[in-house]
Each structure stands twice: as C-alpha cells, then as structure tokens.
Write a protein that binds this ligand. Structure first.
Ligand SMILES: [Zn+2]
Length: 224
C-alpha cells in the first residue's frame, strides 16, 4: 500500500541552512550524540552566554553549551522525520465509517519567532474512507511536526495535511489548545490566555454536523 503519494510533509530546506538534518529517532535526549553540528552549536551557546553577561567558565555553566546543543537538536528532531515514515505500515483496510478521534495528545513545540516553548493538547479526528491508522501513530505524527520551530496555526495544518495524504479520509479535523511562553514570560499578553486553532478538511470543513460533533467531543470534560 503506497502511503507516500502526494504526501506534503517533505522536509523543506530552510533558507540559509545548507546541511540537511540526519534522520534521528532518539527517545532519550541524553543519548543524543549523532549530529555533526553539535561542536559548532556548543561554540555558539558559549558565545550566547557571554553576550547575556555570563561567564561561561564558571563551574555551573561549564557543561551548559553541550547540554543546550544536545537539547536543542533533540527538541527539533522533527526536521529529520516524515509522517509517512512514522506511520509505516500501520494502515489497515477497514469499513468503519464513523468518526475516529484521539484527544488530549500532549504537544510540546517551540515558536519560530522567539524559540520559546509553546505546549498544550492536540485533538485529532478523522472519518475513514476504507483505511484506518493505528491509534498510537497519531501522537507520533504530532511529534514529527511539533518538534520543529513552529507557529501553532501551521502545526495544525501540517498535521491535517499529512493525515489527509496518508489516509485519504472523508475528512480530518485537528484542534490545538496551547499556551505560549513567549506571551506568558515576556508579559506582553494575559498570562493565562490559551490559543485555540482548528484545521478542518473534507467533511469536517463542509458538513457542520460533523464539525460540531468533533468540537463537542474535543471540548467535553473527560469523565475518567
Ligand atoms: Zn513567540
């Protein structure tokens, strides 16, 4: 079964970045060693410490450049991954015609404007059109796109596009609720405001009943 045809989640080169990121699949950030750019990154973090008025040679900071470099590489590892890769062969022929939904998927990402975290919950639903995907794969698709520099709006669109390409469903909906540290820490907005975005495709966009059912399920309180 081909799952890559028409898939839009290809890695696009970022302007000014010539070296592509190697594909990585590392669960523990402390195990992260496989990136040739780490030494250069460490040098840059050392300079960053100087620029904010710190002494990179004081004891507490000695290993910080190395830790920061590894952490940042891990936090942006999605550049080396695609949705079709993480879904793999977990696609199954199935006649199920009603909505399939996984809600409250934990999401951690970083805004591309300040490189500060934003995090929250992702709710994903789709209506199958002959095939379904292993449920555990949906959080992994979220990871592929969340572990890059992002804006929340694009994150939802990319998740929806990827699922549409792989599953060719009758519709797909993605709702993201998140808080942004660049708003909270910098004190420019209300500290407790949440940002909610939705990306709808197919029946979720065209049929108000389907959309309402999805939004009702996404926002209803959990009962367990
Ligand atoms: Zn920001």
């Amino acid at each position: 079964m081909s799952t890559t045809k028409g898939n839009k989640d290809v890695i696009r080169p970022v302007a000014g970045v010539s070296s592509g990121r190697a594909a990585v699949n590392i669960v523990d950030p402390d195990d992260f060693t496989a990136d040739g750019n780490l030494a250069e990154y460490e040098t840059m973090v050392r300079r960053q410490l100087e620029l904010i008025g710190e002494d990179p040679d004081r004891e507490g900071l000695l290993k910080t450049p190395s830790r920061v470099a590894k952490a940042q590489m891990w936090l942006t590892r999605g550049y080396g991954q695609t949705a079709s890769e993480v879904i793999g062969d977990a696609l199954f022929a199935e006649d199920h015609e009603n909505m399939v939904m996984v809600r409250d998927i934990e999401m951690y990402s970083m805004c591309e404007h300040h490189m500060l975290p934003f995090f929250g919950k992702v709710h994903i639903a789709y209506i199958p059109n002959g095939k379904i995907v292993g449920l555990s794969k949906l959080p992994r698709v979220v990871e592929v796109f969340a572990r890059r520099l992002q804006v929340q709006e694009r994150l939802g669109e990319q998740i929806a596009d990827a699922l549409e390409a792989v599953l060719q469903p009758k519709g797909v909906g993605v709702v993201i609720e998140a808080v942004h540290l660049c708003m909270m820490m910098r004190g420019v907005e209300k500290q407790s405001s949440r940002t909610i975005t939705s990306s709808m495709r197919g029946l979720f966009r065209d049929d108000s009943k389907t959309r309402s059912e999805f939004l009702r399920l996404a926002h209803s309180p959990t009962t367990y």
